[in-house]
Design a protein. Structure first.
Ligand code: SF4
Length: 426
């Protein structure tokens, strides 16, 4: 079958090489399909580029991948779904059935499908689910087209991944254009998280780990093409400590000439993990911390210190993404967190007090069951899952600013510019 895969993410703050599209293209080719990739990011007029490709090539099916529903930042809010709908409509005008996918789709699949009018969706990793869907498509097409939305979304979280899959990379996407704009190559060691943070869409996704040898083989091939600068695409690296050790050992064994940045939680963490990061060229860790977590018993400030000190001892820079003001959190917990980091002095602490309310999260469920929390919303809670702007904030900005003072270690997320890897990339 002839399939066009479209990268619909044209946002440039920061620019992101679409590895999900690359993985999907490689998986489809491995099953004998003819795949074209249309990357809309580099083009000032994305729809014109899409039309140009549609005029030039024949396809049977289109897949559209998008990375985010929106910016998730209250101060710089942009919703990407209307642009996505325009792309879907152009494809449908050419008679192409459209499959949506990508991490943006996984955030609120049912709502994204309804709003855009796309026919199908892959909710989860595509490397197994998409080829299976395409294999059955011709036979099942007419029955599927008339089915309700739920039945037109493939639950790829349940299907899982091929842990040994090594996709060919940098074939369809022109990396130098991204790198010239400050981007770096990405790689993934796992999918999902298995965590329970109330504001996070990753809680919907089942956790699947790749074979460490496959991760190292993929990186080796990319390094051989001259790419030596990476950002890990995992939601958090240290979900399973044994898996971390395996990945780091495989990377070290492959003697990769690379450096990389990554996200981590404070726990689990041990000396072998920290040593492995240093050994494999990690130069920046962004530590995700909730100010409410110590009071909830999820981890202690000693755990946070262990990670911060361990990284500093190994000359790995550490920035912190600090989320404050979770529902029911005591203001004393926020003060404690701010004073902790004022003393600990990581490279930077990005403080976020505005939680985007996504459908299907525990935060949405809390808001539906506790109407008294609605006073902290920036708009009315809609009857259905909020596909468009809705933020929860129980710590007013002036109060937060007064707590932070003029200490340059703190940065207000969404108000001050720059991602961590852009700020600390030398
Ligand atoms: S640990 Fe990180 S990725 Fe996992 S649910 Fe919490 S915020 Fe999301």
């Amino acid at each position: 079958m002839r399939i066009l895969l479209v990268n619909a993410n044209t946002f440039s703050n920061p620019p992101c090489i679409p590895i999900g599209v690359e993985y999907a293209a490689a998986a489809l080719r491995a099953h004998g399909h003819a795949v074209g990739v249309c990357d809309l990011w580099p083009h000032p007029s994305p729809l014109e580029e899409l039309l140009r490709r549609l005029d030039a090539e024949e396809h049977d099916l289109a897949g559209v991948s998008f990375r985010n529903l929106d910016t998730a930042q209250a101060a710089r809010y942009i919703n990407f779904v209307p642009d996505l709908r325009a792309i879907v409509e152009e494809l449908q005008k050419r008679g192409l059935p459209v499959i949506l996918g990508g991490s943006g789709f996984q955030a609120m699949p049912r709502e994204a499908l309804d709003y855009t009018g796309a026919e199908f969706g892959i909710d989860g990793p595509a490397d197994l689910a998409l080829p299976r869907f395409v294999a059955q498509f011709e036979a099942a097409r007419s029955a599927w087209m008339g089915a309700p939305a739920e039945a037109r979304i493939v639950n790829a979280h349940v299907m899982g991944i091929n842990p040994d899959f090594v996709p060919e990379r940098a074939v369809d996407i022109y990396y130098p254009a991204y790198i010239a704009k400050g981007s770096v190559a990405g790689f993934a060691t796992q999918y999902g998280c298995g965590g329970a943070c109330e504001y996070c869409v990753e809680t919907r996704a089942a956790h699947h780990m790749r074979n460490p040898a496959a991760v190292a083989a993929e990186l080796k091939a990319l390094c051989a093409q001259g790419f030596d600068d990476y950002h890990l695409c995992d939601a958090e690296f240290n979900i399973n400590l044994e898996h971390c050790h395996g990945v780091l050992d495989s990377m070290a064994g492959a003697r990769l000439s690379m450096r990389w940045a990554l996200y981590m939680k404070p726990v689990p963490c041990d000396a072998a993990l920290l040593d492995g990061l240093r050994r494999t060229g990690a130069y920046l860790v962004t530590l995700s911390v909730d100010s409410a977590a110590p009071a909830r018993g999820q981890y202690s400030w000693d755990d946070v210190s262990f990670a911060l000190d361990g990284l500093r001892d190994r000359s790995v820079k550490c920035a912190v993404d600090l989320t404050v003001g979770l529902p029911g959190e005591d203001i004393g917990g926020v003060r404690r967190a701010i004073e902790f980091f004022r003393a600990a002095r990581p490279e930077k602490v990005n403080v976020n007090a505005y939680l985007r309310v996504y459908g299907g999260t525990r935060l949405e469920a809390l808001l539906r069951s506790q109407p008294e929390l609605h006073a902290h919303l920036d708009d009315e809670l809609p009857p259905g899952p909020p596909l468009f702007r809705l933020f929860y904030n129980q710590l007013p900005l002036p109060e937060l600013k007064a707590m932070l003072g003029d200490d340059p270690v703190f940065k207000l997320e969404g108000f001050d510019r720059g991602t961590n890897y852009e700020l600390f990339h030398d």
